[in-house]
Design a protein around this ligand. Sequence first.
Ligand code: WTA
Length: 652
Amino acid sequence: MSSAASDVFPPPKDFAAHAAIGSRAAYDELRQVALADPEAFWAARARAGLHWFKPFGKVLDWKPPFAQWFLGGETNASFNCLDRHLTGWRRNKAAIVWEGENFEQRTLTYLELHRRVGQLANALLALGYRAGDRAIIYLPMIPEAAVAMLACARIGVTHSVVFAGFSSEALRTRIEDLGAQLVLTADYGRRRGREVPLKKNVDEALEHCPGVRHAVVYRHTNGPIAMRAGRDLEWAELVASAQPGCPAAHLPSEHPLFVLYTSGTTGKPKGVVHSTAGYLTQVLATMEWVFDLRDEDVYWCTADIGWVTGHSYIIYGPLAAGATTLMYEGAPDWPRPDRFWELIAKYRVNVFYTSPTAIRSFIRQGEAYPAGHDLSSLRLLGSVGEPINPSAWRWYHRVIGHERCPIVDTWWQTETGAILLSPVPGAVAAKPGSATLPLPGIVAEIVDAKGEPVPDGQQGYLVLRKPWPSMLRGLYGDPERYQENYWSRYPGSYFTGDAAHRDADGYYWVLGRVDDVINISGHRLSTMEVESALVRHPQVAEAAAVGRPDELKGQSLVVFCTLKGDAAATPELSEELRAWVAREIAAFARPEEVRMVEALPKTRSGKIMRRLLRELVTTREVKGDTTTLEDYAVLLKLSVEGKDEEEILGKN
Ligand code: WTA
């Protein structure tokens, strides 16, 4: 990737002239201030950025790996996203502009959003929910998802949004891990003209979750659903009888705002816990630094609220900043491949934030689609979720940004809460494929296996040396796993799980995961999660899942299975297994290819050698050290398109 590094795109003059941070010198000064005294720097951002019911005292309590920020302070995320915008002209500003897949439109002003959030919060209080309780939100991309999150935040109920594409099984494991008492859902979601049976999935999951007292159901499509008396409640009825005004609870800074499950290196998803004040402070700061947001902007992040990008950059960041955030229910290519461009033209979008996979799919569809729409409102473009290949970057710059808009390639993670590496668009020159520099207050480094910094240009592991306000506070109910996953490899430093290198200008080039997490279309998936799903199938004995580079999706999933007893390796079974994984986890996890083999390559201690399989699907050859292989012959039994032993095993 760095071979294309000679391309440099300085901030466009027009853009820089109007930007909040308009020169490299101004930006370097800001970074210097942050570096000199990070605690004072973040304390100032927190004081200026948030409304405090009670001011905080101590800025940071750091007992590695456990951080607490803004101690003694009391605030509320819902209040910061709503109430404080109601005292001035913003009260009638559009907070959420929504468009449904079937072209339906709704606009909620800050006043209207506040009213709806208050009603739902009061209804939840009336049902007995209080600060410390946990709610699962399993809703499509409709304004009610925002209402649900903000209503929970208002009364201190910790929410966990489960992506509406997840199966009932994935939903169940999250409900169980969180010990949730409440589920907020809808009858159906819409996806490419189909109706996704959300309530039915909830019903299936709740068969096994006796701890859930209520399921509140929003009628989105009005399709048929079953309602269980005593447990299931109609959203519309609940809020109709509730008062609109609900005072925001005064919550300690460290109150857990949400838990978001993400894939780790085991079969069990990790519940990443985020706080209230630290999270909001940093997310808000990045709205200014990275998106250079202005009050008159229409801002559009195309992520789903089920992922961290949706949390931080559709809901909490934009609303805390008093922005107008566009929310779109459907797929980018439904009903036509120009849906996104039509939306940009229709709502005069100024800031557009999407994923490299989406960009690559637009490239495939051709330039005629964007060319057919007026994209002149765009001022800034963003990318997130996976490395963006330089050619996709250039296409985005030329065809969507008309060589006028800077691009912010933002690197961050569910765990980091907010963007940590990104160009500041009015100040930092971009290089296609690089997330450029750490933002103010972020101390990043690239180290070798021993934790020693590597020379510039050399590949290593990306670590973060200092705590930051929006960092995860832990993994829900599992402090050991938190310690082990992120802090044990390099004690005192946070291990990101990403490989990267830094060039002579100090720019970071993030290359991708080094663990058993693969990234499909920007969605994180653990190979172990897929393997556990496969071995639940009655005919599968063992399974190994690996990622293969994919031009469109970044990576695609290939699985190897051995079968039980006399099960036959038929094309039908292969299809069935693909569908099985999609049903057990989510559609994005559907394997691209299933290879049924007689045995899997293992080490003497019985560990599956995924590295070999990865090489096999990537290069169709196997190199490297294979001396730990128990049985070389096993590899030959894998379908390697007629290559002989020497070719497969390389020259060892
Ligand atoms: C990858 C998404 C390169 C990375 C916000 C990270 C990126 C994982 C970038 C986190 C980027 C995200 N360049 N790689 N700009 N952004 N990644 O938790 O591997 O869904 O560790 O958070 O995505 O994925 P997650």
